[in-house]
Ligand binder design. Structure first.
Ligand code: KG4
Ligand code: ZN
Length: 367
């Protein structure tokens, strides 16, 4: 089976092709440079760039996989959650492609795709959902921080999420306070590698509380107050590195500790992690060390699949299609879709166009 997938939930325009479980193409066009000028993602600019980028990434994916549109069996795209203007373009492009080629369309939940992305691995990249065992998974990106218990394929339960800022958002906002470019996570990671993580102490919110939820806005506020009192520190290169390392350590400690304590409580033998923040080197190092001490296996999404990409959308698209779950060509985007809602309602199994829409169309007169 050949799946073409499209992802445009935020500031990455991506198209991928999966053929019989192997990622044959995963083209990602990043808009980071455009948004960095504004210190964050500007939805209107993201939409404009998706519109420009979609034909380019779809064509390059087809070319890289040496396939024509007619050779695609299924088309998948992210329906939500994400920025409405951004989601709309990718979903509509995929639905139009599916309609034009008369192939089924499958709408995908962005977090479900992140959740299973650690199970796409190897060279060439291959979907290994058959290896999924009970585990606890952390999704940490610019928009979300989620802790999820996974019993098996498509059987999961959200344990906790952030009460305010996401982990990536915390990296980005603190980086902005320090005067670093957007997105701040990779910049803090780079500077922290030469800094002293014990130089300054910042709060570890909800670390010892009996909850799987996260909270990062207090940490950001505490860094802001600290910098208001110690602004001279920002002109000292060594102090900035120490500051980055200390902030990073606070965020990483919260993420690692909560992931591992949930894994212990759920009595699983494996933990996984995905999302942009999981590229963080100190997170990977600390998790590896602490998980080994607990005899837990780790599966992390490979760096190329941590940030937003269409390969993970294709993998879940194939899975859902194989289970007979198809979505209508005119299904609406779902900007605030939660994983809990996905599990309750599932994706609508309505091929073609929805009934109401057919009626609406039948009233249109031509000529
Ligand atoms: O998953 P992603 O590409 O997009 C969202 O769905 O949000 O994640 C982007 C986030 C940004 O906040 C970025 O600063 C963060 O991931 N990030 C990192 C690193 N690389 C990306 N945070 C910490 N360390 C990194 N190396
Ligand atoms: Zn994402």
């Amino acid at each position: 089976m050949r799946v073409l997938a499209i992802e445009t939930s935020c500031d990455e325009t991506s198209a991928a092709i999966l053929a019989d479980g192997v990622v044959r193409a995963n083209v990602v066009s990043s808009q980071i440079q455009i948004h960095s000028e504004y210190g964050g993602v500007v939805p209107e600019l993201a939409a404009r760039e998706h519109l420009r980028g979609l034909p380019v990434v779809i064509q390059s994916a087809l070319r890289a996989a040496q396939m024509t549109p007619r050779e695609i069996d299924v088309i998948a795209a992210t329906l939500g959650p994400g920025l409405p203007q951004a989601l709309l373009l990718g979903a509509r492009a995929a639905q139009a492609f599916a309609f034009a080629t008369q192939r089924p369309f499958v709408g995908i939940h962005h977090h479900e795709a992140h959740l299973y992305s650690p199970w796409i691995s190897g060279e060439p990249l291959r979907v290994r959902f058959d290896e999924i065992e009970p585990h606890v998974s952390l999704i940490a990106s610019g928009g979300h921080t989620l802790l999820i218990y996974v019993e098996g394929v498509r059987r999961h339960q959200v344990l906790g999420s952030t009460l305010d800022d996401a982990a990536g958002e915390c990296f980005d906002k603190i980086a902005k306070l320090i005067g670093l470019a957007y997105p701040g996570g990779p910049q803090i990671d780079r500077l922290a590698s030469e800094g002293d993580r014990n130089a300054f102490t910042f709060p570890r919110p909800l670390l010892r509380d009996q909850t799987d939820d996260f909270s990062f806005s207090g940490l950001k506020t505490s860094v802001r107050y600290f910098l208001e009192k110690n602004s001279a520190l920002l002109t000292d290169r060594k102090a900035v590195r120490d500051l980055c390392a200390s902030v990073q350590e606070a965020i990483v400690e919260v993420l690692v500790t909560k992931l591992l304590s949930a894994a212990r409580r759920k009595n699983v033998g494996c933990v996984t992690a995905s999302g942009g923040v999981i590229c963080n080197r100190r997170f990977r190092e600390r998790l590896a060390k602490e998980a080994a001490a607990l005899d837990l296996r780790i599966r992390l999404a490979s760096p190329g699949l941590c940030t937003d990409n269409a390969a993970m959308i294709a993998a879940v698209g194939e899975l859902r299609y194989a289970r007979g779950e198809v979505t209508s060509y005119d299904e609406e985007i779902r900007p605030s879709w939660t994983l809990e809602a996905l599990e309750k309602a599932g994706t609508p199994a309505v091929p073609g166009v929805r009934k109401g829409s057919e009626q609406a169309l039948s009233t249109v007169r031509v000529g």
